[in-house]
Design a protein. Structure first.
Lengths: 448, 308
C-alpha cells in the first residue's frame, strides 16, 4: 500500500530542453562574504503587501532585528542583516526595475546579533507564527510568503509535501550546497513541517546531476530518524525545467495542476529546499532570514563560488568579492540564465528570493539575429505545458485575444525552453509576456 | 561597463536555421553521389544548375523586394538540390529554369519567403515541369554501364520487371536521387542522428504505403522500393514549413500521404503519385493543424487520479 504512494521512478513529464548544466561550483564550500559597508533592505522582498519600516534614520540596529513588518495578512517581515546605523529610508530601484521603499543600514562591521530566542512551537498556530516571524518566503524564486503556503484553506486536503531541490537552472548550485553543508537542518525542517501539517508522504526531489546531495539526504531519510518511513528522496532526470513547480508536482505525483490553480488544489505543498533549511534553523536557534547563499558564476567571474551574503548587499559588492572581470562583462543577471532577470545596473540589493548572480561574458551574452519561423516544431516539443509557442507568437503579434485564450497562453510559465531550442532565435518568452500584458489590459477594460 | 539587458532566456541552443539547412544538404550528398555513380556526370550539371539558379533567384527576389537578404540561410540551396534530384538526368537544361522559377519565385517568395510557402517549393517546381513537359520529365535513363537506355519507371504498367536488388541499389529508371535506396537511407540516418527530423513522418508514410498495398493485394516490398516513395518520405514530406508541428498532426499527415500515394499508383492513370500526394497533404496541413490533439497541461485527466 505504502509502496504505491512512493513512486520508484519519477512520473513522465513533457517537453523540456537540453540546457547545459555548467554546475562547476557544486563541490566548492560556500564562502562567507565580509560584512559589506552598507545594506539596503527593500520593504518588499515578497509577493504581497509591502512592509512598513519599524526603525527611523539614526537608529542603531542589530543583525536579526525586525526592521519592517505589515499588518496585512499576505506579507512577510524584514530583518536587519548587518549591525549598524540606519542612514536613510527612501525609494530605490530593485533588480527587476521595480521601485520599493528601502531601509539603508551603514554597517559597523561588528555583525552584532540580537539575542536569538528559539520560537515557541507547541501548537500549529505557534508554528505558523514562527514561520511568519522568520521572514520566510519562497526562496526558489517566487518569494511567496511561506506562512500563507503552510496554511492551506480547510477545504483542501493536503496529502503530499514536495521538497524542491531540483535546481534545474544552469550554473546554480546554492541549493545543492545547502543540502551538503546543512543536511540535518534540511531533514529536521522536513520532519517539522510534515508533523505540523500531518502529511504522511514527503518527496524530496533532486535532479540526478547531484548524486552527493541525493546520497546524503537518502542516508538520513533511511536511518532510524524516520520511523514511519514517510520521507523519500526521489531522483529526477536532469532535464530542464524539472524544478518548475507544476512540472515537479507531475514528476513526483503524476498529478497536473489545472490552469489558474495552486499546488494545494491537487493536494500538494511544494517548498524550496533552502526555505525548509532556513525555517529549521529559525526553529532551532531563533535566527531569522538575514543572509542568503548565492551562486556567483559565469564567464566574467574569476572566482566562481557560492557566497553567503547579508540580504541587501549590493550586487556590485558581491561581484567585486568574486573577482568580476569588468572588461569581459556582457550581461549580469539575478538567478539562472533560463529564467533570470537581466540587471541594468549592479547597484541593486540582493533579495530573499535571489539564489545566484550570473555574469556572462560578452561572448556568452552575444545574441544571434532573429530569422523567420520555419515551423520546425522544436518549441512545441520543448514546451512542458504542451502549448504551441509558435501559434501563440502569431496570435500575440496580431493581438488576437480570443486565440491567445484558446491556446492557453496563461498556462505558460516562461521557463524559456521554447526560446532556448528555437533555431530561428525568435524571442518567444518576450512575446508570451507581451501577450499576457495584452490579456491583462483586456480584462481590466472589460471590468470598467 | 555596458550591460546588455534582454528578456530571458539568456542562453540559446547552438542550432540555427542555417545549420539545419546545411545538415539537410549534407544528408543529400549520398543521393548526389549515387546519381553520379548511376547516371554519370550529367547529374552534377543538373543538380548544380538547379541549386545555383534557386540561390540566384532567392537573392534576386529579396533584392528586388528590398527585403532582408536570406540566401545565406541555405534554404534556397536545399530547394535547388531537392529539385535537381527529382529530375531525370536527361532533362534539357532550359526546362530546369521553369522549375526553379516556380519553386523560388512563385511558391516561396511570392508568399513571403521562408516559412510562408504553403506547399513544398521543390515539389511544386517539379509538378509544374511534370505537367508542362511530360515527355522530357519521364524519359528515364536506366543505368546499365554499357549503354544507357531510355525506359519507363518500373512503376509503369509496361515496364520490365526489375529485381528487388536492382531497385534497392538504384539500377532502375527514375529521377536522379530517387532510385538508390541505400543513399536515401544514409541521408535519413544522418538527419535522425542530427535530430533534424523526427522519424514519425517517414515511418508513418512508408508504413501506410506498405500496409495499404498489402491490404489490396499489391506487392508491398516492390511498392516501397520503387519510384520516389522513399526519397519523398525522407526529404520532401518532412519539410518543416509544409508539415504539421505536433506529433499526432505529423501522423495524420504522413498517413494521408501514404494513402494518396497508393491510390494514385494503383488506381489512377498516373504511374507515380508521391509528388502529388505530398503536395495535396501540404495543402491540407493547415486543416490538420486545427485538429485539437492532446490537451494543455492540467486540462486532461491525471494519471494518478484526483486528490486522494
Amino acid at each position: 500500500m505504502k509502496e504505491n504512494l512512493f513512486p520508484k521512478k519519477p512520473y513522465k513529464t513533457d517537453g523540456g530542453a537540453p540546457v547545459p548544466h555548467r554546475k562547476g561550483t557544486s563541490d566548492e564550500d560556500s564562502q562567507v562574504l565580509p560584512p559589506p559597508a552598507l545594506v539596503r533592505l527593500p520593504m518588499q522582498m515578497h509577493i504581497g503587501a509591502p512592509c512598513t519600516p519599524l526603525v527611523k534614520v539614526g537608529d542603531r540596529v542589530l543583525v536579526g532585528q525586525k526592521i519592517g513588518d505589515s499588518d496585512a495578512p499576505f506579507s512577510a517581515p524584514i530583518h536587519a542583516s548587518v549591525s549598524g546605523e540606519v542612514t536613510e529610508i527612501g525609494e530605490i530601484t530593485l533588480g527587476g526595475g521595480a521601485r520599493s521603499l528601502a531601509v539603508t543600514v551603514a554597517s559597523d562591521g561588528k555583525m552584532e546579533e540580537i539575542p536569538y530566542i528559539p520560537p515557541k512551537m507547541d501548537t500549529y498556530e505557534d508554528f505558523i507564527t514562527a514561520v511568519r516571524e522568520c521572514g520566510l518566503v519562497g526562496l526558489g524564486g517566487a518569494g511567496f510568503p511561506t506562512h500563507i503556503k503552510l496554511r492551506p484553506s480547510a477545504d483542501k486536503k493536503i496529502d503530499t509535501l514536495i521538497i524542491n531541490g531540483a535546481e534545474c537552472e544552469p550554473y546554480l548550485t546554492s541549493d545543492n550546497r545547502e543540502i551538503l553543508e546543512n543536511s540535518w537542518d534540511v531533514m529536521s525542517g522536513v520532519y517539522t513541517v510534515k508533523n505540523m501539517l500531518h502529511i504522511h508522504r514527503v518527496l524530496i526531489c533532486i535532479e540526478s546531476n547531484k548524486p552527493r546531495a541525493i546520497e546524503v539526504l537518502r542516508e538520513i531519510a533511511d536511518s532510524s530518524v524516520d520511523k514511519d518511513d514517510e520521507v523519500r528522496v526521489l531522483a529526477l532526470p536532469a532535464r530542464y525545467p524539472q524544478g518548475a513547480e507544476k512540472v515537479l508536482i507531475k514528476a513526483a505525483t503524476g498529478r497536473e495542476v489545472p490552469p489558474g490553480k495552486l499546488p494545494a488544489d491537487v493536494g500538494c505543498i511544494v517548498m524550496n529546499i533552502t526555505s525548509i533549511s532556513v525555517l529549521s534553523r529559525y526553529i532551532k536557534t531563533g535566527m531569522p532570514l538575514v543572509h542568503k547563499r548565492l551562486t556567483v558564476d559565469g564567464g566574467a567571474v574569476a572566482h566562481k563560488q557560492n557566497v553567503i551574503v547579508p540580504l541587501g548587499t549590493s550586487v556590485a559588492e558581491v561581484l567585486a568579492h568574486c573577482g568580476l572581470l569588468p572588461e569581459k562583462v556582457g550581461k549580469v543577471m539575478f538567478g539562472g540564465p533560463m529564467m533570470g532577470v537581466a540587471l541594468e545596473s549592479l547597484d541593486v540589493p540582493v533579495l530573499k528570493n535571489n539564489n545566484g548572480i550570473i555574469a556572462l561574458s560578452k561572448e556568452e551574452a552575444a545574441t544571434s539575429p532573429t530569422t523567420a519561423c520555419i515551423r520546425c516544431g522544436r518549441c512545441v516539443a520543448a514546451c512542458p505545458m504542451r502549448l504551441y509557442p509558435l501559434r501563440l507568437e502569431k496570435a500575440i503579434a496580431r493581438k488576437d485575444v480570443a486565440r491567445m485564450e484558446a491556446l492557453d497562453l496563461l498556462t505558460c510559465m516562461e521557463c524559456g525552453s521554447c526560446a532556448f531550442v528555437c533555431p530561428a532565435k525568435r524571442p518567444l518568452v518576450q512575446s508570451m509576456r507581451l501577450g499576457k500584458a495584452i490579456l491583462r489590459e483586456e480584462k481590466s477594460k472589460n471590468k470598467k | 561597463m555596458k550591460l546588455s539587458v534582454s528578456s530571458s532566456p539568456h542562453l540559446r541552443a547552438p542550432v540555427t536555421t542555417e545549420r539545419i539547412m546545411r545538415d539537410v544538404l549534407i544528408s543529400l550528398l549520398p543521393c548526389v553521389a549515387a546519381g553520379v555513380w548511376l547516371f554519370g556526370l550529367r547529374t552534377l550539371l543538373v543538380v548544380g544548375i538547379s541549386t545555383l539558379l534557386c540561390m540566384f533567384l532567392e537573392f534576386t527576389c529579396r533584392f528586388i523586394m528590398k527585403r532582408e537578404q536570406t540566401v545565406g540561410d541555405l534554404s534556397a540551396a536545399v530547394t535547388g538540390v531537392l529539385l535537381g534530384l527529382t529530375l531525370p538526368v536527361s532533362i534539357p537544361i532550359p526546362l530546369i529554369i521553369v522549375g526553379c522559377v516556380t519553386a523560388i519565385v512563385v511558391v516561396k517568395q511570392m508568399f513571403g519567403g521562408l516559412g510562408n510557402n504553403f506547399v513544398n517549393p521543390a515539389l511544386a517546381g517539379r509538378i509544374v515541369m511534370l505537367v508542362s513537359f511530360p515527355t522530357q520529365m519521364t524519359g528515364f535513363t536506366t543505368p546499365t554501364w554499357v549503354d544507357a537506355v531510355t525506359t519507363a519507371t518500373p512503376l509503369a504498367p509496361n515496364a520490365e520487371a526489375a529485381s528487388l536488388l536492382d531497385l534497392f541499389l538504384g539500377r532502375v529508371g527514375g529521377c536522379i536521387g530517387e532510385t538508390c535506396k541505400i543513399a536515401i537511407l544514409l541521408g535519413l540516418a544522418y538527419l535522425l542522428i542530427r535530430r533534424v527530423i523526427s522519424p514519425i513522418i517517414p515511418l508513418c508514410y512508408v508504413g501506410t504505403v506498405a500496409l495499404f498495398s498489402l491490404a489490396v493485394g499489391a506487392d508491398a516490398l516492390f511498392q516501397l522500393l520503387s519510384g520516389g516513395l522513399l526519397f519523398g518520405a525522407v526529404f520532401m514530406a518532412t519539410d518543416y514549413v509544409t508539415s504539421p508541428v505536433g506529433k499526432w498532426g505529423k501522423v495524420v499527415y504522413a498517413v494521408g500521404c501514404g494513402l494518396i500515394t497508393v491510390l494514385i499508383r494503383l488506381y489512377a492513370s498516373l504511374p507515380e503519385g508521391v509528388s502529388y500526394a505530398i503536395v495535396l497533404m501540404n495543402i491540407l496541413c493547415p486543416l490538420i493543424e486545427r485538429i485539437p490533439f492532446g490537451k494543455t497541461f492540467g486540462k486532461g485527466k491525471s494519471k494518478e487520479g484526483k486528490t486522494v
